[in-house]
Design a protein around this ligand. Structure first.
Ligand code: GLA
Length: 448
């Protein structure tokens, strides 16, 4: 299956059936790479001719709820626990996030996904499963808040959730009010069982209901990229899923990277493309692959929602999820989504994200099955002269380089560095584009 087919299948399924699409197809990278290697020099020249002072490509107003000025960070139950959620799990997860240092590393929102709800009461209010959530949701939200964390919940814009629980369709105002009363800080709204409904209209309804409820609540749109949410998402929510569900496999993660990276122009502080929650630590990828997953999500300015069991994670997973210098790239205040800037050979890529201080976060990505050397050129990164290179995973300074940087990159792995121009150093002194967001003109052509 070609990549474009993955997307078309996603759209077709989302429009006509009630379940979200799964990203199953392996990426047809070879076709794309062949096109890219032929096209890249031209694209690069175009990129260098155009300026870099661009903000967002769309002039549509943003949802101005003051939230998620950097990509939201937290934990969500779905990827690891699916329907097996309970108050006890949420409390233990919150405890582990504090004791394990995740909260202090920036993970804030503890989100219960699908399956917490069983019915509506006579007044039309959602009712939680009393066996799994004795006492309901409010005491649980209070507990999470008492730990210095924020509390998130899940609903669905359709008639039923993806797991057949009551959906919010027709109950937007009462659900928003209920969530606000419970102390909810983050709502993810799914798109199952929404046949015949218009996504921008339904999500705007819930946005307005949340605003009316009067509590600051991050609004996470989850319609799997099936109705071009990058066009209306920024004025409707704080983040919007760009694809079907992630699977705990390299091919799934890479396919999502290729799809989500096509919409970088739509991201800005308060409004983020969401390539789905993290799989780091769930066991389906190697450590190198998880390191690549985490690095690429950071360079894409993606929400970082851990999706593993944080109560029992290994030291390697813990260290990966709390790697300060990589998280700092994700959370950089410029709020630019990084992009593919160079493809020196098929399966070898250079991704770059401009940062507020004028430096670049750079990921050398080896999609092949063999360890190899990848070179990033200053030209592709929009840099000149000398620049300091720091390895963000080993936390070490690599040195001052001129014109290019190269490193040996493991199979299905990355090297991630921060490249900072050296100022005031004579003939070779570095100049770089001022801290600014990249223009869409720099984007390599979307993969079709
Ligand atoms: C959809 C969403 C997932 C998850 C499940 C829950 O598949 O895309 O992220 O919320 O529903 O049923």
């Amino acid at each position: 299956m070609r990549l474009s087919d993955v997307k078309l299948v996603s759209v077709a399924r989302a429009r006509h059936v009630s379940a979200p699409p799964r990203l199953r197809a392996p990426l047809a990278a070879r076709n794309f790479n062949a096109i890219m290697s032929a096209r890249f020099p031209t694209l690069l020249c175009l990129a260098l001719v155009f300026g870099t002072g661009h903000t967002r490509s769309s002039s549509a107003p943003l949802l101005d709820n003051g939230l998620a000025r950097t990509p939201p960070m937290g934990w969500n139950s779905w990827n690891h626990f699916h329907c097996n959620v309970s108050a006890q799990l949420i409390r233990e997860t919150a405890d582990a996030m504090v004791s394990g240092g995740l909260r202090d590393a920036g993970y804030q929102y503890v989100v219960i996904d699908d399956c917490w709800q069983v019915a509506r009461d006579r007044a039309g209010r959602l009712v939680a499963d009393s066996a799994r959530f004795p006492g309901g949701i409010k005491p649980l939200a209070d507990y999470v808040h008492s730990k210095g964390l924020k509390f998130g919940i899940y609903t669905d814009a359709g008639r039923l959730t993806c797991q057949g629980r009551p959906g919010t369709y027709g109950s937007e105002e009462i659900d928003a009010r209920t969530f606000a009363e419970w102390g909810v800080d983050y709502v993810k709204e799914d798109w199952c069982n929404s046949e015949g409904l218009d996504a921008p209209t339904q999500y705007a309804k819930f946005r307005d209901a949340l605003a009316k409820a009067g509590r600051p609540i991050v609004f996470s749109i989850c319609e799997w990229g099936s109705n071009q949410p990058w066009e209306w998402g920024p004025r409707t929510g704080n983040l919007w899923r760009t694809t079907g569900d992630i699977g705990d496999r390299w091919a799934s993660m890479i396919a999502i990277l290729d799809l989500s990276s096509q919409h970088g122009h739509a991201a800005s502080p308060g409004a983020w493309n969401d390539p789905d929650m993290l799989e780091v630590g769930n066991g389906g990828m190697t450590d190198d692959e998880y390191r690549a997953h985490f690095s690429l999500w950071a360079v894409m300015a993606a929400p970082l929602m851990a999706g593993n069991d944080v109560r029992t994670m290994t030291a390697v997973t813990h260290d990966m999820l709390t790697t300060k210098e990589v998280i700092a790239v994700d959370q950089d205040s410029l709020g630019a989504q990084g992009m593919l800037v160079q493809e020196p050979a098929p399966d070898l890529q250079v991704w770059s994200k401009p940062l507020a201080d004028g430096s670049r976060a750079v990921v050398l990505l080896n999609r092949s099955g063999l360890q190899t050397v990848i070179t990033a050129s200053w030209r592709a990164l929009g840099l000149r002269g000398s620049a300091r290179v720091r390895d963000l995973w080993t936390h070490s300074d690599v040195g001052v380089m001129t014109d290019r940087f190269n490193a040996t990159v493991p199979a299905h792995g990355v090297v991630m560095v921060r490249i900072t121009p050296v100022t005031g150093g004579g003939r070779n002194s570095s100049t770089s584009a001022p801290p600014s967001r990249q223009t869409p003109s720099r984007l390599p052509a979307p993969r079709r």
